[in-house]
Design a protein around this ligand. Structure first.
Ligand SMILES: [Zn+2]
Length: 168
């Protein structure tokens, strides 16, 4: 059998392994890791399947290719959600960061208005009910576009968002 069959089969199996791998709902991603995984699975594995001189070893690589693809995608998702994962490797979602910042500015304004109206000091902390609602400063509590959670904080502090790289 021609050697060229091996990389073709390997590529087809890598594709099916990638199609079967789970996706994750949150918007975390890492272009650098994506690139590495793509090169490894879609280029390196088929090239190895073609180049390895021993046919048994080469076919073993072909058979293992979808499992490697599936497993490395699982690992990728785990690694992305690891707390110590370096943020410089993560992709930026600039529009979400900007929209979130606009929300936080609005919340900060509502806190200041609340503090003035209720004669509060910098160490007082408003609750959601103080700021949001039909009779409050903002009709509905703003939502972070990346599903972060807002902490209002004290009057003297800036409100914050739990999403990575979100904040004032
Ligand atoms: Zn946010």
């Amino acid at each position: 059998m021609s050697r060229i069959v091996r990389p073709v089969v390997a590529l087809a199996l890598v594709l099916s392994g990638a199609a079967l791998a789970p996706s994750h709902a949150c918007r975390l991603n890492s272009p650098a890791l994506d690139m590495f995984l793509t090169v490894f699975c879609f280029i390196l594995l088929p090239v190895l399947a073609y180049r390895v001189p021993n046919p048994r070893v080469a076919w073993a690589i072909v058979i293992a290719a979808p499992i490697i693809t599936f497993g490395s995608t699982l690992l990728y998702i785990r690694v992305l959600h690891w707390d110590l994962f370096p943020s410089w490797l993560l992709g930026h979602n600039l529009s979400a960061e900007r929209a979130c910042r606009a929300n936080l500015v609005q919340i900060q304004g509502a806190k200041a208005a609340w503090a003035t109206e209720q004669h509060k000091t910098a160490t007082d902390t408003p609750t959601d009910a103080d700021l949001f609602g039909t009779n409050a400063f903002i009709r509905a509590k703003p939502m972070c576009p990346s599903d972060g959670t807002y902490s209002l904080g004290r009057v003297g502090e800036r409100p914050s968002c739990s999403a990575k790289r979100h904040g004032l």
